[in-house]
Design a protein around this ligand. Structure first.
Ligand SMILES: Cc1ncc(COP(=O)(O)O)c(C=O)c1O
Length: 395
């Protein structure tokens, strides 16, 4: 497994990692948890650019660390700037997390962003950098994927790269991820892992070896498919008034600002005061919406229900008709506008959000649920065979 990981990663990393610089984990989730458990002391700070994947915060907290969110600006496409990051660095900062393309915004770091971040991090030698590259093969725009370890070779021993097969190969359930980094940290992470899961399952490892080393045509096809869905999704949503669209550069999520809806009344006369109210309003009309708080975003987000997902799938397959859900959204948008009830607003989160031009976003996961349902048939035949023989052996 480690040989397959080194072979798969070395081009973009800019070097070929040795076995003792790699640990294979039960998904990226465990790679991050192991790193935090192995390196944090109580109260150590971890800088996490927000909006961010929800689990980062829980993982850091579980390891006794303190999350310091670095709120990126929607008006700047949620890109992390070195000046912004610098304002959050303190004597107890131990880690900074980078996730490009990002879940949930789809924002990507450019070469100049990465270079200015590297410049800053050189001045703070006590800070490690965790690069979560799980969406690296799901870049939807014509942009190269760039890694900090390749651009700033002098920072390599402080960079922990985490990656896995969940997204690129839609092998979420097999739970295979890995981390590549400095030998001492990897050793400590391996010790932590040896007392939790011991190791990732052999069946998943067999399948992952095949996925990483096998023909990659399926990945290009999936990427083209996601790109098409993203474009259709954004086109349809652009027909809905008062939503602000952000074009994701990668990943399989789309964000839509719902700021203008906050402060309006629904048909029953209830004022939508915050993200939860807007989410509930859409849910009541059959559009699956997720409130923003778990993402540390000043936004609203939505994952379409399986039913809605199949609508996107049908649309991607050609229908020029606006989807049922976009129509529903348009029909049910609260229209009567009231002044924003800031004075009477008892919700501190919403009151704080007023500083940002975009408060509410819809987040749509436009990934094929069919891929997941189809499960093992997506894996190469040889992987299925070796998976079968390993599971037989295990039984
Ligand atoms: C940014 C990011 N990192 C890591 C993960 C988890 O990956 P895994 O399934 O390998 O644990 C996710 C899953 O949603 C994610 O969005």
């Amino acid at each position: 497994m480690k040989r397959a990981i080194a072979h798969y990663e070395h081009g973009e990393l800019g070097y070929r990692p040795e076995n003792d610089e790699i640990v294979c984990t039960v998904g990226v989730k465990q790679a991050i948890s192991d790193a935090m458990l192995a390196s944090l002391n109580a109260g150590d700070e971890v800088l996490i650019p927000a909006p961010c994947w929800t689990s980062y915060m829980s993982i850091v907290a579980m390891a006794g660390g303190k999350v310091v969110p670095v709120q990126t600006d929607p008006a700047d496409d949620f890109v992390l700037r070195a000046e912004l990051l610098e304002r959050h660095i303190g004597p107890r900062t131990r880690w900074i997390f980078l996730n490009s393309p990002s879940n949930p915004t789809g924002a990507m770091l450019s070469q100049s962003n990465l270079q200015s971040l590297a410049e800053l991090l050189r001045r703070h030698p006590g800070i490690r950098i965790l690069c979560d590259d799980i969406y690296h093969r799901l870049i939807l725009d014509e942009r190269p994927f760039l890694r900090l370890s390749a651009l700033a070779t002098d920072l390599r021993n402080r960079i922990l790269t985490v990656n896995g097969v969940s997204k690129t190969y839609a092998m979420t359930g097999l739970r295979i991820g890995w981390a590549i980094g400095d030998v001492d940290l990897i050793k400590a992470m391996t010790i932590v892992q040896s007392q939790t899961s011991s190791c990732p399952n052999s069946v998943g490892q067999a399948a992952a070896i095949e996925a990483l080393g096998g023909c990659q045509d399926g990945v290009s096809r999936a990427r083209a498919f996601y790109r098409r869905r993203r474009d259709i999704l954004l086109e349809r949503l652009s027909e809905v008034p008062d939503l602000k669209l952000l074009r994701p550069a990668g990943g399989f999520f789309a964000w839509v600002g719902c700021y203008d809806l906050i402060g309006r009344c629904d048909k029953e006369g209830k004022v939508l005061q915050n993200d939860i109210d807007v989410a509930s309003h859409f849910l009541a009309h059959g559009v699956a919406v997720y409130p923003d708080r778990p993402f540390r975003a000043k936004v609203i987000c939505a994952f379409p229900s399986p039913q809605a997902r199949s609508v996107w799938r049908k649309e991607a397959d050609a229908s020029p008709e606006p989807s049922k859900h976009c129509k529903a959204l348009r029909r049910h948008l609260p229209t009567s506008c009231r002044p924003f009830p800031l004075q009477g607003c008892t919700d501190p989160f919403t009151a704080r959000s007023r500083r940002y031009p975009v408060v509410g976003l819809l987040l749509t996961r436009f990934r094929s649920s069919a891929c997941e349902r189809r499960g093992p048939s997506r894996y190469p035949r040889r992987a299925r065979q070796s998976a079968r023989s390993s599971s037989d052996a295990a039984v």
